[in-house]
Ligand binder design. Structure first.
Ligand code: ADQ
Length: 502
């Protein structure tokens, strides 16, 4: 079996991956089934003055003979590549927040240099038949750097965050270089169909990419596939009921609405708090009967936009608790720490509503985790933003517009009064989607498509499309002149991708 080389900004020890959650779980599972190398940053920052040479790679063997190859960042690299270009330019732009993007801060050259350094370090570890799978916005140029160094292996890129509309992407001063770098891959995987449409439009607008008849994109003489592979979870790790005394006791006499997010401006947390405040105002009969527990640990605290969101939430929860709270009832429990994963499962299960309101989100795995944790005989109801990638799949959640506070307040009421039969029907349909698209299916389908796409690339000539084949068959059967004309037209439509055209 060919070795999979996974590259991501951050590498987690495989035995700690389950605790980290998200995609780390899928990668750890993948490496249990086949040989792998996981390459990336180890989370450490070294002082620039300590090292005249950039710090090198450390290799550690892990489960099933798979290896982790990690390297630290220097403090300048951490500032410009990680906090800077990745999280203060690409993250806000890709989440439609041009207003927060720091275009003029000069981060880009070091973003490129870290990608070049990673490419050099990785190249030394590669074997000829490795399959390379690069993850996320920190590493967009890595594939092009590897190709420049002569790496011919199948190479795919997966973007975990959303692709913005083309007009927004074009605002990035370096958009052409980023587009060019993207075309170095054999396959680009995205979370949703909407992301696929946005990326294709962007490649057309930015670097005159063309859609071929077989659905691939052609730009700079490369052909690449762009497809959606919605990220999934391992539902079984959430359906298992804890046999011990549950960590999360239901709140006496009150139903819980749960929110679990990283503290990030893309997650729509102020909107969520305002919607809950509006709900208490509009439906006073529910006061004392409902609490909103929001778990939101801080991330990237050294980026200014993140300190602002924290202050905003503290002010909002204080205001709502002050306005509606009683001595024996606090409406919003705002917890500024991360919760262990087995505890999260219990909290999800004991919550009547899962409330997920991102203004923009690649997928939102927490909503899937909430559904998978429910009691099948008495499940809770997820309320989900239409702007989370998960909304494309989880159509049986209560789908809301996070900018519409009134609609979200009403959705809380709808979820609270929803009959058990309807809750079970919705849960059953949601679970069948979550099971069909679990994390194992996600990685398997991405890797199978990548291998197929790399084979296409290695062919010297483009394959014939079905309609071209039909025309060729007709050509063999009918008088030459008229059909040849028609075939010529089809070939022009396909951008000249016929065997003769090449
Ligand atoms: P995130 O923005 O981190 O991930 P999400 O998918 O919701 O968002 O969560 C990823 C993992 O982190 C989940 O397993 C979740 O349980 C865990 N997590 C989130 N908040 C937590 C908290 N407060 N305490 C403990 N654990 C928490 C990025 C993209 C998403 C995309 C994922 C995967 O931004 O859109 O779904 O990658 O591709």
């Amino acid at each position: 079996m060919r070795r999979i080389v996974v590259v991501s900004n951050r590498v987690t020890e495989l035995r700690k991956a389950a605790q980290a959650g998200g995609v780390a779980v899928a990668i750890a599972d993948l490496f249990r089934e086949r040989p792998g190398l996981w390459f990336g940053w180890n989370g450490k920052i070294v002082d620039d003055n300590d090292a005249s040479e950039p710090p090198g790679v450390k290799i550690a063997k892990s489960v099933g003979g798979s290896a982790l190859a990690t390297l630290p960042l220097t403090s300048d690299e951490h500032r410009d590549y990680y906090l800077g270009y990745s999280n203060s330019v690409l993250w806000p732009v890709f989440h439609n927040r041009l207003d927060l993007a720091r275009f003029d801060a000069g981060f880009y050259p070091r973003y490129m240099r870290v990608n070049e350094r990673f490419a050099r370090a990785l190249q030394a570890l590669l074997k000829p038949d490795d399959i390379i799978w690069i993850h996320d916005y920190h590493l967009i140029p890595l594939g092009a750097e590897l190709r420049r160094a002569g790496v011919k292996n199948p190479m795919g890129f997966y973007l975990h965050i959303p692709v913005p509309p083309s007009q927004t992407f074009l605002a990035v001063p370096e958009h052409r270089a980023l587009a060019r770098a993207l075309t170095a891959y054999d396959l680009i995987g995205l979370q949703t169909q909407a992301d696929v449409a946005n990326l294709i439009q962007f490649l057309e607008d930015s670097v005159a990419g063309r859609i071929l008849q077989d659905g691939r994109i052609s730009a700079f003489d490369h052909r690449l596939a762009v497809e959606s592979f919605p990220v999934g979870i391992d539902p079984d790790s959430f359906t298992r009921v804890s046999t011990e005394k549950p960590h999360a006791q239901p709140i006496a006499g009150a139903q819980r609405i749960i929110g679990v997010d990283r503290l990030d401006y893309s997650k729509g947390l102020p909107q969520k708090f305002r919607a809950f405040g509006r709900f208490l105002e509009k439906y006073p009969e529910y006061r004392r009967n409902v609490v909103l527990s929001q778990i939101a640990p801080p991330t990237r605290e050294s980026v200014e936009a993140y300190t602002d969101i924290r202050k905003q939430l503290e002010a909002l929860s204080g205001k709502i608790n002050g306005m509606f709270g009683e001595l024996d009832w606090v409406p919003i429990h705002y917890i500024y720490r991360s919760a262990p994963r087995d505890r999260l499962r219990d909290i999800y299960r004991s919550s009547r509503i899962g409330f997920f309101t991102p203004l923009r989100d690649g997928m939102n795995l927490v909503c899937k985790e909430y559904v998978a944790s429910q009691d099948p005989d008495d499940p809770g109801v997820p309320i989900l933003s239409r702007f989370a990638g998960a909304a494309e799949q989880l159509v049986d959640a209560l789908i809301v517009n996070p900018y519409n506070v009134e609609e979200m307040a009403d959705a809380i009421k709808t979820a609270l009064v929803m009959e058990k039969d309807e809750r079970i029907e919705r849960y059953t349909r949601l679970m069948s989607v979550i099971r069909a698209h679990d994390s194992a299916a996600w990685s398997a389908s991405f890797l199978a498509t990548l291998e197929a796409a790399a084979k296409e690339r290695s062919r010297d000539v483009a394959p014939l499309t079905t309609s071209m084949r039909a025309s060729m068959a007709r050509l063999a059967r009918t008088p030459l002149a008229p059909v040849a004309l028609k075939l010529g037209k089809e070939a022009r439509k396909a951008g000249g991708q016929t065997r003769a055209g090449n």
